[in-house]
Design a binder for this molecule. Structure first.
Ligand code: SF4
Ligand code: SF4
Length: 65
């Protein structure tokens, strides 16, 4: 099975929660400010819903191998 990396640019994240709500695999949690944090990369299927919907282009999903 393919593996993916997911990264969030914490500086640009405005804590809108869109990615947290949309990810079908619950990869994201939130920090004390409500910013998205990657919690469980192993569950990521690489669908890129998060990357495509982040209004501030903070998320990058990549294939690891
Ligand atoms: S690519 Fe899909 S499964 Fe992976 S973190 Fe984004 S929304 Fe979730
Ligand atoms: S969608 Fe983008 S701006 Fe909104 S919480 Fe997720 S990473 Fe942050």
């Amino acid at each position: 099975m393919k593996k993916y990396s997911v990264s969030v640019n914490e500086i640009h994240c405005k804590a809108c929660g869109i990615c947290i709500g949309l990810c079908p695999k619950e990869v994201f949690g939130e920090d004390y400010l409500g910013k998205a944090v990657v919690q469980d990369t192993d569950k990521c299927t690489g669908c890129k819903i998060c990357e495509l919907h982040c209004p501030d282009y903070c998320i990058e999903v990549g294939e690891v191998s």
